[in-house]
Design a protein around this ligand. Structure first.
Ligand code: NAD
Length: 487
């Protein structure tokens, strides 16, 4: 499919793209470096306009039953399916992923939508006769206007982590996508409207820090979900909580894979190479540090073979910006200077015909020590740091010393050791012989420690508690019912 330039972008309020007078920022294609669109850097006035629109829409939308509301998501699901090539291409254009990864992102969006369609089967309200003739029942009530702030790395999927569940549960939403990847969001909103979503139920406000701060401060926004770096997640969590909002803020990651001597060599090598390099390493679930226990040289050798098969522009996409490329390469250079050994070097990668694109090839670095910057910080590129450990307990201690806690995996053929390690790692999502241990629906997604602030996950079953509040209603209809303290 040809690049369509410039691609539609803008704030989407009350069912339409609106013209604003804010400053704009160029949106670049990471694959080529070309300008493909532009985005508004909105201020608090745009957030307020979107909130007022959403508040009006909430009155009618929240009066529908859950079963009525999800009918729109059945239609939306069909539209995602119908437009999947176009949506895949949009992800490629704004994010730089290869086609198969962009297609997988769109497929995951469909799965998220299917989960929302199943909510009537999952939302369990209780009813009980609490004393003779007196019943108490709970109901899940929407919060009102809610907001979702999303990062650049999954411009289609992460908005769909929150939109279907939050809206199906009766809320109206303000979405603030990453200013680097604002294009998929508009198409999602248009398709929702085509599916029958009333105007004003979903609104998009583009921008950066100012728009985010206005969302955190707005008195009529009741809940905020945030996905992005730990630095910003912390700021958003503190600011939104200070204005008494419910907030779940998912942050960055430094995921450890513990590899034991008895690991299945092919399975470990292929899964780890795919985990560290998939989506150019720009996944919060990517393998970032591999802790090898004992004699694992044979696995490292196979892993390097696999890493060399992954070629930018062919089966590896671009990183998001020139600045990201520079940052990632600086981590590699600093690790080398600190004494680590670069086994596979992805610096200075270019793609013929796409010389303006931002590429880093897979990089494997051995002899990393736990005190090095590359062992502790999130690199967010296709880079694997290998740390050697003598014992399983030493490997667990290295994993436990991380401030993050999104994912951790073990590669071994021993069930007992796998269980021992999984019970002791400090991460919210763990895996055995899995490079990217994403819990699929209906399980919820969310890490621990500085990888998530707030008490809820925003997807899967946990999302029900996050996007609703419980009302407890006590009822008595029979005047003859025995009188007691509840009468
Ligand atoms: P980011 O934190 O820079 O941006 C995320 C959002 O915050 C964007 O919408 C952006 O406009 C806004 N923002 C940026 N700086 C801000 C500031 N100073 N004040 C207020 N708002 C600000 O993250 P990113 O670079 O877009 O995404 C990559 C990060 O997201 C990585 O750290 C990655 O691990 C993380 N991530 C985490 C998860 C998860 O589930 N834990 C999922 C995806 C991405």
């Amino acid at each position: 499919m040809e690049t369509l330039t410039p691609i539609k972008s803008g704030n989407y309020i009350d069912g339409q793209l609106v013209k604003e007078n804010f400053e704009t920022l160029d949106v670049l294609s990471p694959s080529t470096g070309e300008v493909i669109s532009s985005v508004y850097l909105s201020d608090a006035s745009a957030v307020d306009k979107a909130v007022q629109t959403a508040k009006e829409a909430f009155v009618e939308w929240s009066s529908r039953t859950l079963k009525e509301r999800i009918q729109i998501f059945f239609k939306f699901r069909a539209l995602l399916e119908k437009h999947k090539e176009e949506l895949t291409h949009l992800v490629y254009l704004e994010n730089g992923k290869i086609h198969s990864e962009a297609a997988a992102e769109v497929a995951k969006g469909i799965e998220l939508c299917e989960f929302a369609c199943s909510l009537p089967q999952i939302v369990n309200d209780e009813i009980q006769e609490v004393s003779k003739g007196v019943e108490c029942r709970t109901s899940h009530v929407p919060l009102g206007v809610v907001a979702s702030i999303t990062p650049f790395n999954f411009p289609h999927m992460v908005p769909l982590w929150s939109i279907p569940n939050a809206i199906a549960l009766g809320n109206c939403m303000i979405l603030k996508p990453s200013e680097m990847t604002p294009l998929s969001a508009v198409r999602i909103a248009e398709l929702l409207e085509e599916a029958g979503l009333p105007k004003g139920v979903i609104n998009i406000v583009n921008g950066g820090k100012d728009a985010v701060e206005a969302i955190c401060d707005h008195p009529d926004i009741k809940a905020v979900s945030f996905v992005g770096s730990t630095k910003v997640a912390k700021l958003v969590y503190i600011r939104a909580s200070a204005s008494l909002k419910r907030c779940a803020a998912l942050g960055g990651a430094k995921n450890h894979l513990i590899v034991l001597e008895d690991a299945h060599v092919d399975m470990a090598a292929t899964n780890i190479a795919a985990s560290m390099s998939g989506c150019a390493g720009q996944r919060c679930m990517a393998a970032s540090a591999m802790v090898g226990v004992g004699k694992i040289d044979h696995i490292v050798e196979r892993l390097c073979e696999e890493a060399r098969k992954i070629v930018p522009g062919d089966n590896l996409g671009a990183v998001i910006t020139a600045a990201a490329k520079e940052r990632i390469e600086r981590y590699i250079t600093e690790a080398e200077a600190a004494g680590a050994k670069v086994l596979v070097d992805g610096r200075n990668a270019t793609v013929k015909g796409k010389e303006g694109g931002f590429y880093v090839a897979p990089t494997v670095i051995d002899n990393v020590t736990p005190d090095m910057k590359i062992a502790k910080e999130e690199v967010f590129g296709p880079v694997l740091a290998i740390i050697r450990a003598e014992t399983v307990d030493e490997a667990i201690a290295i994993e436990n010393s991380s401030n993050y806690g999104n994912a951790a995996s073990v590669f071994t053929q021993s069930g007992g050791l796998a269980r021992y390690i999984m019970d002791r790692v400090s991460a919210g999502m763990t895996g055995v012989n899995i490079g990217v241990p994403v819990p699929r629906e209906p399980f919820s997604f969310g890490g621990w420690n500085e990888s998530r602030f707030g008490s809820h996950d925003i997807t899967g079953r946990s999302s029900i508690a996050f996007w609703t509040r419980l009302k407890k209603t006590t009822t008595k209809w029979n005047p003859e019912a025995r009188t007691n303290w509840m009468s």
